[in-house]
Design a protein around this ligand. Structure first.
Ligand code: OGA
Ligand code: MN
Length: 298
């Protein structure tokens, strides 16, 4: 069956893919079609993909190497991990498969996923694609929204483009969580969540298009006061997440959604904390720090 992609919005953001069984190995032509779809749409939805963790990992690896960092991106203790290596737990569940509960520290930290962000922008080399698989979904709520950072960049006026072009931000999980009042960390977490530097404007390595590299993990701009930086970033995120730049994905069981973290932001939407929402993510490594990327094309 030939691969086809149906646009999901009036703009370029989002496409729904048919003609691919993600459980089977892909030929080079199919991989190229998906990559071209990602470069065009930023977000691709693959409905009806009932995957095991192993199948999800194998499918993901067609598009690059998995991201592997030695430090966690969350506050769950290793012994309490529900899933094996190579796959991140984006669920609201404990090791026994029960909802974590509204005052669990792991859950309070996870609430930060409901802020607009780009995955691993708090890592020295931020992520390329994320692939999120819906294994169980709540009856209501729990959508994921995506915003097109290329369109958001293009819509800036020339003065604003010049202002943002050279800016370097500091990103940390402590900034996103801190904005929700989550501020208590162990020594180990403080070390793991140390801020990293990222360009605010980045250039896509394939399409050459510029985009805003925004994320709620960004909490400072080099050379700016903190309040001025936070206000500026808050305004930019408001600009970049206007409805015309956003696609809201309403999950169906066994959807697999892939997004390019280099050109989009996303956020989870609220749902009943007592419901089961089992989402599992594979993440592909980016290829260079954004600081170097921009320097190379400048
Ligand atoms: C993620 C994420 C949002 C969601 O997988 O990186 O932010 O809706 N998920 O679960
Ligand atoms: Mn995310």
């Amino acid at each position: 069956m030939p691969v086809s992609i149906r646009p999901l919005t009036d703009g370029l953001l989002g496409g729904e893919v048919s003609g691919i069984d993600c459980r089977r190995p892909l030929d080079a032509e199919t991989v190229a079609a998906v990559e071209a779809g990602m470069d065009r749409h930023g977000v691709l939805v693959f409905p009806g993909q009932d995957l095991t963790d192993e199948q999800q990992i194998a499918f993901s690896r067609h598009f690059g190497g998995l991201e592997r960092y030695g430090t966690p991106a969350h506050v769950r203790k290793r012994a309490d991990e529900r899933l094996g290596p190579g796959i991140s737990d984006l669920s609201n569940l404990d090791k026994q498969g029960r909802p974590l509960g509204g005052d669990d520290r792991v859950w309070l930290f996870k609430l930060g996923d409901q802020l607009w962000h780009s995955d691993s922008s708090f890592r020295p080399v931020p992520a390329k694609y994320s692939l999120l698989s819906a294994r169980a979904i709540p009856a209501h709520g729990g959508n994921t929204e995506f915003a097109d950072m290329r369109a958001a960049y293009d819509a800036l006026d020339e003065a604003m483009k010049s202002l943002v072009e050279p800016l370097i931000c500091a990103h940390s999980l402590m900034y996103s969580r801190g904005s929700l009042g989550f501020t208590d960390y162990t020594e180990e977490e403080l070390e793991a969540f140390r801020p990293v530097r990222q360009r605010l404007v980045r250039t896509h390595p394939v399409t050459g298009r510029k985009s805003l590299f925004l994320s709620s993990h960004a909490g400072a701009i080099e050379g700016w006061s903190i309040p001025q930086a936070r206000l500026f970033l808050r305004d930019l995120i408001e600009h970049a997440t206007q409805r015309e730049f956003v696609y809201a994905h309403v999950w169906r069981l066994h959807d697999l959604v892939i997004w390019d973290n280099r050109t989009t932001m996303h956020r989870a939407r609220p749902f009943d904390a007592a419901a089961v929402r089992d989402m599992r993510r594979t993440t592909l490594a980016g290829d260079a720090p954004t600081i170097e990327q921009v320097a190379a094309v400048a």
